[in-house]
Ligand binder design. Structure first.
Ligand code: PMP
Length: 324
């Protein structure tokens, strides 16, 4: 993967090679960091880069930071502006993945959260597909369980918690699957290794509620709204049993990295007809248009990185002096 050219680091934009921490860094030793993951989508016709729902991403990022006893002077709007500036400095003209990371920066021994120095960095890299078979993924049910809210809250995007995702993903890939479904401790489907899940049964869209140890996904929220408004679907949040996946009509993942990924087989059992279903396919098309700024109805979810016409939402030209 290509490295970034620039990072926002210690309050300013620096060459990526200067954005370094020491090996005693608290977050490196104890996993005491939180992160976000956003996408920037290149729109070729408009020669514009659109960041998808960055205010919502940064609101969640600051919530994650709060769970980890971190305090930052930034508002979501500040972080959106910094991100747009970073992308302009990268002269990004392709699809990008943006990674804000907030971490305990002390070089000190001792496991705790309070009384430590909090730092923020943001960087971005070109990014394409995350799940290779995103129209026909074959998944397994992982033997690993999802972390409970009282162990490490899945609601916060906490770096240390992603050891759970890494165990799930590696075992699934090495066993020849594309991804995995993860059960909560009481046996319900929570999510994938780093994506939320949806099931279609009898024309209704069903997804686990936020109390099932899931990350409160921005893509999840977007798909729920689009499914209701554009397809007139009833969307239900309720626990999902493992065997419901065997008998449902359609199943798919949502996530910033995974986007809308159709799951067509689980542990060698075809889901529905064993091919991407019509509801998944329609939602996928709607989503792919929306993120690239091609659906006027959802334009408020797209933040333009480069200057554009009057009245359009863009961060270009806003003052960043307070932070650079
Ligand atoms: N669950 C987990 C564990 C994740 O890491 C992600 C990716 N951020 C998601 C779900 C999807 O969330 P979002 O749609 O906000 O990217």
């Amino acid at each position: 993967m290509a490295l970034p050219n620039i990072a926002f680091f210690k309050g300013k934009f620096v060459p990526y090679s200067d954005a370094k921490v020491g090996v005693m860094n608290h977050a490196l030793n104890y996993g005491t960091a939180v992160f976000g993951g956003l996408r920037g989508y290149w729109n070729e016709e408009e020669e514009q880069l659109y960041i998808f729902r960055p205010h919502d991403h940064y609101r969640r990022f600051l919530h994650s930071a709060r769970i980890m006893v971190m305090d930052f002077p930034y508002t979501p709007e500040d972080l959106v502006n910094l991100t747009a500036e970073l992308l302009r400095r990268e002269a990004a003209r392709q699809d990008m993945y943006i990674r804000p990371l907030a971490y305990k920066a002390d070089e000190a021994i001792g496991v705790k959260l309070h009384g430590l120095q909090d730092e923020l960095t943001i960087f971005a890299v070109p990014f394409g597909k995350y799940v290779a078979n995103d129209t026909n993924a074959h998944v397994t049910v992982s033997s690993w369980r999802r972390l409970d809210d009282n162990v490490i809250p899945a609601r916060g995007k906490i770096s240390g918690a992603y050891v759970n995702s890494a165990l799930i993903k590696t075992d699934a890939l090495r066993a020849g699957f594309d991804e995995a479904l993860v059960l909560t401790d009481d046996g319900h489907i929570s999510e994938g290794s780093a994506m939320n899940v949806f099931m279609v049964r009898d024309g209704r869209l069903i997804t686990p509620p936020v109390t099932e140890n899931i990350l409160e996904g921005i893509t999840r929220r977007s798909i729920m709204e689009v499914a209701q408004k554009e397809l007139g679907l009833e969307v239900i949040e309720r626990p999902i049993d493992r065997t419901e996946v065997f008998i449902c009509d359609e199943f798919f993942f949502t996530g910033t990295a995974a986007q809308v990924t159709a799951v067509t087989k689980v542990d060698y059992r075809p889901i529905g007809d064993g091919v991407m279903g019509p509801i998944t396919s329609q939602l996928r098309d709607l989503f792919n248009d929306i993120v690239r700024g091609r659906n006027p109805k959802y334009k408020h979810w797209n933040v333009a990185v480069y200057p554009q016409g009057e009245g359009e939402r863009s961060t270009a030209g806003l003052s960043l002096e307070a932070h650079s």
